[in-house]
Design a protein around this ligand. Structure first.
Ligand SMILES: [Mn+2]
Length: 343
C-alpha cells in the first residue's frame, strides 16, 4: 500500500514537472511570435472565455498583436468579462480574420476542433497551433498540445502560462481566471475540485474579486421564465418505485403557456435528483408533438447511460440524454419501463 502510494506520488511529481516544462516551452514559443489569435469553443463557457481574456491581456502586455476571435455572441451572464479586453473580433463583423496570416493560434478548453465551427480551418493555415485543454477526450489537434486532465479548469493552465510569461496579474486577468475555475468546479464543489483550484483562486482574490456577486451571477440568478419552469416541474414531478425514480414530463403546450425558452429548461433534471431518496431523475421535454428530449441523472449506483442507449442516446454513468418518440400520454410509462429494464 505504502509503496503504491509512493509510486503515485512520484508519477504525480513527474506529471507536474512535465506540465511545467511544457508551459515554459509554450511561453518561449509565444515570445517568438507577433500576430497571435486566440480561439474559444462555441457555446462558450466561463472557462474558455476566462482563458482567452487573461492570456489575451498578458500578450498585449508583451506588445504582441493578439486578438480573440469569437464566432458566436455569447451568453449574457459572461458579458462582464469583455470589459477586460479591447481586441475582440466577432467573425460576423470581420470574416477576413479567418484567412489572415497568423503566426500562432491558441485554442483554449476545446476537446474537438469541430467546436470551433468555421474557425476550424484556421488550424491548417496558422504558423503554429497551440492546444491548451483539460478534457481527457482532447483530440490533440495542435502542433503543441498541453492537455492536463487533472486540472479542474483550463484556466489553471492559463494561470501558470501567465506566470511563465512573467506578466503580473491585474484585476481583469484575476477575474477571468477566477471565473474559469469557479464555473468549471461548480463553485468549488464538484469532484474535480483540487488543492490547486483553491490555491490559484486564492491568488486571484487579492485583485478585488467580488465572490458573492459572482456566485449570484454564475449559479443563483434565475430568469422569471426559469422560475416558472421550476415551479411547474416541482408541482408535476412524480415518484416511482418507492421514491427511487423521479420523472418529470413537460409538454410543448405547457412550455408555451409558461413562455419558457430552451435555456429556461436547463438544469431542471436536478430538481428531482436532489430529492432525498431519489436514485434516478428523468426530465422529458416535448420538443415536437410526440417527440421528447430526455435528460437523465443518477446519484451513483444506477448507470443511466444504459437507459439512454436504449433510445440511441448516450452519455455517462451519472448523466445521459436521448430523444424518445412517444405519444405524450405514454412517455412516462415508457421511461419507467426502460428504467426498470436497465436496472
Ligand atoms: Mn473547461
Amino acid at each position: 500500500m505504502n509503496s503504491h502510494n509512493k509510486m503515485d506520488d512520484r508519477a504525480g511529481a513527474d506529471d507536474r514537472a512535465g506540465t511545467a516544462g511544457q508551459i515554459k516551452a509554450i511561453a518561449d514559443l509565444l515570445r517568438s511570435k507577433e500576430n497571435i489569435v486566440i480561439l474559444t469553443h462555441n457555446s462558450a463557457d466561463g472557462d474558455t472565455l476566462g482563458c482567452s481574456i487573461a492570456v489575451g491581456r498578458a500578450l498585449h502586455r508583451l506588445n504582441k498583436n493578439a486578438c480573440i476571435l469569437y464566432e458566436e455572441k455569447y451568453t449574457e451572464y459572461l458579458e462582464f468579462l469583455l470589459e477586460g479586453y479591447g481586441s475582440l473580433i466577432f467573425l460576423d463583423d470581420d470574416p477576413g480574420a479567418l484567412d489572415r496570416a497568423w503566426d500562432a493560434v491558441i485554442v483554449f478548453d476545446t476537446a474537438d476542433p469541430k467546436l470551433l465551427g468555421k474557425r476550424e480551418r484556421m488550424l491548417n493555415q496558422a504558423g503554429c497551433v497551440i492546444n491548451i485543454d483539460h478534457h481527457i477526450s482532447n483530440r490533440l489537434f495542435g502542433d503543441v498540445n498541453l492537455v492536463v486532465p487533472g486540472a479542474s479548469a483550463t484556466a489553471e493552465l492559463a494561470y501558470q502560462l501567465l506566470a511563465e510569461l512573467g506578466v503580473p496579474l491585474d484585476h481583469y486577468m484575476a477575474l477571468a481566471i477566477y471565473t474559469g475555475i469557479c464555473t468549471d468546479t461548480g463553485g468549488f464543489s464538484y469532484s474535480n475540485t483540487t488543492c490547486a483550484s483553491h490555491e490559484i483562486a486564492a491568488k486571484t482574490l487579492a485583485f478585488g474579486i467580488d465572490v458573492a456577486h459572482l456566485r449570484y451571477k454564475f449559479f443563483d440568478a434565475i430568469t422569471p421564465g426559469k422560475l416558472h419552469c421550476h415551479a411547474y416541474v416541482a408541482n408535476t414531478l412524480r415518484f416511482h418505485d418507492g421514491g427511487k425514480y423521479a420523472i418529470a414530463v413537460v409538454s410543448a403546450e405547457a412550455l408555451d403557456k409558461i413562455g419558457a425558452t430552451e435555456a429556461d429548461c436547463e438544469g431542471l433534471v436536478n430538481i428531482g435528483r436532489n430529492v432525498v431518496g431519489v436514485e434516478v431523475s428523468v426530465f422529458a421535454r416535448e420538443i415536437r408533438p410526440g417527440e421528447f428530449r430526455v435528460n437523465l441523472r443518477s446519484r451513483g449506483s444506477y448507470d443511466v447511460s444504459e437507459v439512454a442507449r436504449k433510445f440511441e442516446g448516450g452519455g455517462h454513468k451519472l448523466a445521459a440524454g436521448c430523444t424518445v418518440i412517444a405519444p405524450s400520454g405514454e412517455i412516462e410509462s415508457i421511461l419507467l419501463n426502460a428504467l426498470n429494464e436497465a436496472r
